[in-house]
Ligand binder design. Sequence first.
Ligand code: MN
Length: 228
Amino acid sequence: MKHAFTPAPQASVAIAGSDERFPVHRIYCIGRNYADHAKEMGMPVERGTPLFFCKPADAVVEDGATIPYPSATNDLHHEVEMVVALHSGGTNIAEGDALAHVFGYGVGIDLTRRDLQAALKAKGSPWDIAKAFDRSAPVSAIHRSSEIGHPAHAQLSLNVNGTQRQRSDIGEMLFNVAQIIHELSKLFELKAGDLIFTGTPAGVAALKPGDAWHAKLEGIAVLRGQIG
Ligand code: MN
C-alpha cells in the first residue's frame, strides 16, 4: 500500500494495567438514555427508538489531559457517561449475544457545544458541529471485562473543581448495554475498536477555562482532566 501522504496516527486509549493500547475504530453515542436528563433538556422520555450520533475516533482525549476551551462556543457542557469498548462486532447482533462483543468499560465525558446544539435542534439540523468537534471525547483507561465482568449497576458521577455536578447509577439507563449494541448493530456494522458512549444522567452544566473534572464509574474507572 502506497499512500499519497503519511496517514494520521491510529487513535487509541489506554487499557488499565497494561502497556497495550485499545485502537479506536469509531465512537458511537446515544442521546437521552437517562429519564432525568431527557427531562432537564425539555425532551420526552422515549423508550421506542434510541437516538444515536457519532464522534470521530480522533476526538478521544487521554486521562489527565489539559485541553483548550473549544472554538465557536460560549456554553461548553459536560456529560459524564459510561463508555463501552468492543473487541468484535457484526450486524443484527441479538441482545443475548451482545455482551460477548464487549472488551471492557470505562468512563468518559461527551463534551457538547450546548449553544450550537440548541440552535441546530431548533432548525432540525444535524448535531455534528455541537458534538463531533476536536477533543470532544475525554475517556478513561478501559478496564477489561475479563477482569471486571459486565456491571449492571455502578454509580456514575462527575465532580468539577471538587463539587459534584452529576450522579446516577448505570442501572437507570433506559437502554442497557446489550440493547444499545443490538440497536446500533441494526444500523451499522460494529467492529473491534468501537467505543460507545452510553448517555448521561441529569446535571449537565457549563465548563469554563481552568475547570478540572473528576469522573468516576464507581469501582471500575476514573477520569481526570481540565480545560486550559
Ligand atoms: Mn451524551
